[in-house]
Design a protein around this ligand. Structure first.
Ligand code: C2E
Ligand code: MG
Ligand code: MG
Length: 666
């Protein structure tokens, strides 16, 4: 129940509570005056009655005197105590006697008498003063006062009424605005309540509409976690600025992509992922502001948007040209060298991107965005990091990729991925006891495609997992078959990082071993060092059971990453494979030698085997052997061979080796 305001009874009318005392005063005054008047009147009548009685007394006196025939006596006897004028007439109406005090204010009486003194008629009031009330002066003064008071009161009442009405209207408006009921009048109060409720409802509806519109605006133009403008807002911004973009005032659009972002999300969870994204956005903004502070670029028109997921775009209208665009790109990249701090984690994310320039690379928004994406993909294919400008030839590459992907799927269905085998030579005995299985894609018509052409796309599309399974199974089958035929040859199979992240990986390896009957000791898994070092715990959990069965583990392309040797040594690898870039530069680049020597010394000290990849010259082989490298693998010995050619090669090699060894033995 709303609070009642007793001051306001009726909207727009006088409040009775304030008029009542005034009315009461007036009524009281009126009553007092009436009583006074009544007294006055009564006094007048009273006086009149006394005059009448006096007149009668005089008439009787005079008539008695007349009866006695004493005219003078009568006249002298008249000694009125009251100022009464009396005329005594005879029966014919002739004046016999009149007292001498007739005046304006005196009542005048006449009475007929006979000469024998008998009063023969009624005492009549005379025409001049008969019936006139006697009013004292103070009575008149009171009456005037009363009239003045009444007139003043009525005037005040009206003035009060006007002032009050205005005040009340004002107060009522205030009250209405304050949401309080106006008065106690039930009907009006109900009316007011309804009005108030309506007002409230309207206000609520308006407020909720305002909020909905705001929400819609946010949904339509903003992304929740980062608060950055979304794809719709990005599109509008680009469209608007394309109208004023020309060769003199070009616009650059960056498609920004965080390196290792997916991996960080997988490791730390999606919450940390979101926080990381927010941190990354803050860092980009900070860097742009710093560039502007140093007056390197005019950044007022820069527009950072999050089109979807972690896909960020930076639009730079009216940029000086490619030079300025790449300066910004370089600055942004270097801003990400330092790790991002999120929930007690230090996470290092790089920043890569593809850049398009309008109108040079296109005048339509959709073309520009697609081409920025193409440029980014080219970065990812090339070296997986950095910035790159769009070039028309990248489009041709992109359409070639689409074609290749379709063919990859077809190849998987047709079982076109087969292992080829490259032998590993024991550098001290010259024997071949092991080999590496390298995938080859055998297209219909007998054409072979090497891994370099399809592995990156297979990894990007996830198809590497299926291809990897086909190659693993094929390799195990071959090794098991050779073993049955008397050729004891262990086989090393390359495992992609993507395969290792699949929880089914271990089961796949086991099923390949059991299906083919290959003893686990004849299988080696080659893993790039970054996978092992990035998440050693997951790596151990996945591979330790296989290792316990006898499966061997090799670090592939050792030396190319930034491995922490302490971590690597804890991971119970059996073999280091020295990357071929070090081996091939042994003669030309002095820096490679110390690296290779260091790797070999370290491996020996912890009892690990080593394989040198890409051995092409006898000098390389000699250097490696002298430094204690266990195996050599490369074109000096053989390329990767088909399953059919491999045993024959091994046979010939063995025969040759034995021939060479025989004179020595003899
Ligand atoms: P990788 O595992 O380091 O394989 C060695 C690569 O060096 C092979 O190239 C091999 O043919 C090449 N190679 C061997 N000896 C020499 C040499 O003396 N000189 C030169 N220039 N190259 C030599 P390939 O077969 O083209 O394989 C390239 C890469 O593809 C492999 O590098 C491996 O990382 C990947 N790969 C190959 N097969 C598979 C597979 O089945 N699964 C997965 N996940 N990756 C594979
Ligand atoms: Mg390998
Ligand atoms: Mg390698």
């Amino acid at each position: 129940m709303p609070e009642t305001n007793d001051k306001t009874l009726i909207f727009g009318r006088v409040r009775m509570t304030s008029v009542l005392p005034l009315a009461a005063v007036l009524v009281a005054l009126f009553v007092v005056l009436c009583i006074l008047l009544a007294n006055v009147t009564a006094a007048g009548f009273h006086g009149h009655e006394r005059s009448r009685a006096e007149a009668l007394r005089l008439a009787n006196l005079v008539s008695t005197d007349l009866a006695l025939g004493d005219e003078f006596g009568v006249r002298n006897a008249v000694n009125s105590r009251y100022p009464v004028y009396i005329e005594i007439t005879d029966q014919n109406g002739e004046l016999i006697y009149a007292n001498g005090t007739v005046g304006q204010d005196n009542p005048r009486y006449s009475v007929p008498v006979r000469f024998d003194g008998q009063v023969i008629g009624q005492l009549r009031a005379g025409p001049l003063v008969a019936g006139r009330m006697a009013m004292p002066a103070w009575g008149m003064a009171l009456l005037v006062l009363f009239a003045v008071i009444m007139a003043g009161s009525i005037a005040m009442m009206f003035a009060n009424l006007i002032v009050r009405s205005v005040t009340i209207v004002r107060e009522d408006i205030d009250t209405l605005e304050a949401g309080r009921p106006l008065h106690e009048d039930a009907a009006r109060q109900t009316q007011f309540m309804e009005l108030h409720q309506l007002n409230d409802t309207m206000r609520r509806v308006m407020e909720s509409r305002r909020r909905e519109i705001e929400d819609l605006r946010l949904v339509a133009f903003q992304n929740g976690p980062t608060g950055l403008p979304n794809f719709t807002a990005l599109s509008q911004y680009i469209d608007r600025h394309l109208k004023t973009t020309d060769f003199g005032h070009p616009m650059a659009i960056y498609r920004l992509d965080l390196d290792h972002f997916d991996r960080a999300c997988e490791s730390f969870g999606s919450d940390v992922g979101e926080a990381l994204l927010r941190e990354a956005v803050a860092r980009i903004r900070k860097e742009i502001n710093e560039l502007a502070d140093r007056e390197l670029v005019e950044s007022s028109g820069f527009f950072l948007a999050q089109a979807w997921a972690d896909n960020l775009f930076l639009v730079m209208p009216n940029i000086g040209g490619r030079g300025d665009a790449s300066a910004v790109a370089r600055a942004l990249r270097s801003a990400f060298v330092a790790p991002l701090k999120v929930e007690n984690h230090d996470v290092t994310l790089g920043l890569s991107g593809g850049i398009v320039m309008a109108p040079e690379d296109g005048t339509m928004r959709t073309d520009l965005l697609r081409r920025a994406e193409t440029a980014l993909r080219a970065v990812r294919e090339d070296g997986k990091r950095g910035f790159r400008f769009y070039a028309p030839r990248l489009d041709r590459v992109a359409s070639g990729r689409a074609q290749l992907e379709a063919e990859l799927r077809e190849g998987i269905e047709n079982g076109e991925f087969v292992p080829y085998f490259q032998p590993k030579i024991d550098l001290h005995t010259g024997q071949i006891k092991s080999c590496e299985a390298l995938a080859r894609w055998r297209r219909p018509g007998g054409r072979f495609i090497s891994p370099g052409a399809f592995i990156p796309l297979a990894e990007e599309t996830g198809l590497i997992e299926v291809i990897g399974r086909q190659v693993l199974k094929g390799a195990c089958e071959q090794a098991a078959g050779w073993l049955r035929e008397g050729l004891a040859m262990s086989v090393a199979v390359n495992v992609s990082p993507l395969e290792l992240r699949n929880p089914d990986f271990r089961a796949n390896v086991l099923s390949s071993l059991t299906a083919t009957g290959l003893p686990p000791a004849y299988l080696e898994l080659e893993i790039t060092e970054s996978v092992a070092v990035d998440d050693p715990k997951a790596f151990q959990e996945m591979l330790n059971p296989l290792k316990a069965m006898g499966v061997r583990l090799a670090v592939d392309d050792f030396g190319t990453g930034h491995s922490n040797l302490a971590t690597l040594s804890q991971l119970q690898f059996d073999v280091f494979k020295i990357d071929r870039q070090f081996v091939q530069n042994l003669e030309n680049e002095s820096s490679s030698r110390p690296i290779v020597e260091m790797i070999l010394a370290m491996a020996q000290s912890i009892g690990m085997e080593t394989v040198a990849e890409g051995v092409e010259t006898p000098e390389q082989a000699r250097f490696l052997r002298k430094r204690g490298c266990t195996y050599g693998q490369g074109f000096l010995y053989s390329q990767a061979l088909s399953a059919r050619d491999f045993p024959a090669f091994v046979q010939q090699w063995e025969a040759r080796r034995r021939r060479r060894a025989a004179p020595k033995a003899g």
